[in-house]
Design a protein around this ligand. Structure first.
Ligand code: HEM
Length: 409
């Protein structure tokens, strides 16, 4: 968790961002005050003290994310980058389409979008079920107590991405090691850097292999389609494949662990889901809204002067539209701080909004439905194997999550 004592950034006197939470199940308390009193407000980034605009109401977050006068390009001066990256390194890395604006963004997104259609994702369902069952078989064979993050939450999305990309079966263990290291905040930056590098090299070799020996997988189809109608380069396909891993792994893993925890902590709602699995899709939407784990992962920078809720944001200024705050806006979600799996929450902004809205959202929903449904069906007496107060939550401003989730049965 972020520290609670130091609420203002010392050099600027502005409120420091990210803001502290007092309860792991609720957004920072400050958000409700911002929505009420100053829906577009100034803050200083904890990482470097730079100022940025916080946008906190549902209406205004949607407005910013739907505005073509804002850019997602993290290399632009003023972009509110929340990780410490040296400027020369930042300028040297190629952008993925997550950080591109139109029209470049559209070219790559269009190539990839058919791969994430509901039809494609539904076709993956049986394989995802198999992956989840295998992980739960291993949990049962090992016996509790164990850490649900390493036993289930991390491997499931990683193996699903392997399936999607067409990573050969024999490479899965190595792939999982790299993916795990990249998400591991307890190892050194150097070790994480090495895992990034080795994974990049691996994905590059994988794309090259698919260019000569295609299979029935996403990379092979992208290669074939691009050959028929060239729009991108080999390096772009590598970057797209790599982006899937970064964006689809830690997010889904954290939702698996946090969602399981929230259901364990709300036994009445867990009982309702167990009694009627048809409630699962609704429960998934509500858990996505409730946690909104990618709170400020939708950072932008203004390309022109824009007016949001009566405040003018000048060209070049950084903007943080806060999904978690938007999703706790009482005018849209009454009693928003209460988890209610019966509510209709699908209009939440946990997957963002506008041209960059999560391309993997259908996949994430299916993964979460299958994981929660199967876990509580196969291990109905699953319970927390630690005191709630002992759990360690990670709040690194981009993805909210949990380090470990000890469970037993
Ligand atoms: C619960 C899980 C997930 C959450 C909460 C989540 C959240 C988000 C959010 C908020 C954005 C918008 C970023 C922005 O506007 O700047 C986004 C974009 C994206 N997500 Fe997800 N995501 C999840 C799972 C996935 C999965 C499983 C994949 C793919 C395997 C994926 C791939 C992407 C990609 C490629 C983008 C960039 C889209 C674009 O720029 O057009 N995500 N995600």
């Amino acid at each position: 968790m972020t520290q609670t004592a130091d609420q203002d950034h010392p050099a600027t006197g502005l409120p420091a961002f990210p803001m502290a939470r007092s309860c792991p199940f609720s957004p920072p308390e400050e958000y409700a005050k911002l929505r009420e009193n100053e829906p577009v407000s100034r803050a200083a980034l904890r990482v470097n003290g730079k100022p940025a605009w916080l946008v906190s109401t549902y209406e205004h977050v949607k407005k910013v994310l739907g505005d073509s006068r804002v850019s997602a390009n993290l290399k632009l001066p003023g972009y509110p980058l929340q990780v410490p990256v040296p400027e020369e390194m930042l300028q040297a890395v190629p952008l993925t389409f997550l950080s591109m604006d139109q029209p470049e963004h559209t070219v790559q997104r269009r190539l990839l979008a058919p791969e994430f259609s509901l039809r494609q994702m539904r076709a993956l369902r049986p394989r995802i079920q198999e992956i989840v069952d295998q992980q739960i078989d291993a949990m049962l064979a090992k016996g509790g107590p164990l850490d649900l993050v390493t036993a289930l939450a991390l491997p499931v999305p990683s193996l699903v991405i392997c399936e999607l990309l067409g990573v050969p079966y024999e490479d899965h263990p190595q792939f999982e090691i790299w993916a795990g290291q990249i998400m591991n905040h307890d190892i050194s930056d150097e070790e994480r850097g090495r895992a990034h590098y080795e994974l990049d090299q691996y994905v590059d070799r994988l794309v090259t292999a698919k260019e000569t020996e295609p299979g029935d997988d996403m990379i092979s189809r992208l290669v074939a389609q691009n050959r028929a109608e060239p729009t991108v380069e080999h390096a772009d396909i590598v970057s797209m494949a790599r982006l899937m891993l970064v964006t689809g792994h830690e997010t889904t893993a954290n939702m698996i662990a946090l969602g399981t925890l929230a259901l364990l902590e709300h036994p009445d709602q867990l009982a309702a889901v167990k009694a009627d699995p048809a409630l699962l899709p609704r429960a998934v939407e509500e858990l996505l809204r409730f946690f909104s784990i990618s709170d400020s992962g939708t950072a932008r920078v203004a390309l022109e002067d824009i007016e949001i809720g009566g405040t003018t944001i000048r060209a070049g200024e950084g903007i943080l539209p806060l999904n978690n705050s938007a999703n706790h806006d009482e005018s849209v979600f009454p009693d928003a701080d209460t988890l209610d799996i019966h509510r209709e929450a699908r209009s939440h902004l946990a997957f963002g909004y506008g041209i960059h809205q999560c391309i993997g959202q259908n996949l994430a929903r299916i993964e979460l439905e299958i994981v929660y449904g199967t876990l509580f069906k196969r291990i109905p007496d699953l319970e927390l194997a630690a005191q709630f107060s002992e759990l360690r939550f990670k709040d690194d401003a981009i993805v909210y999550g949990i380090y470990e989730l000890p469970v037993t049965w």
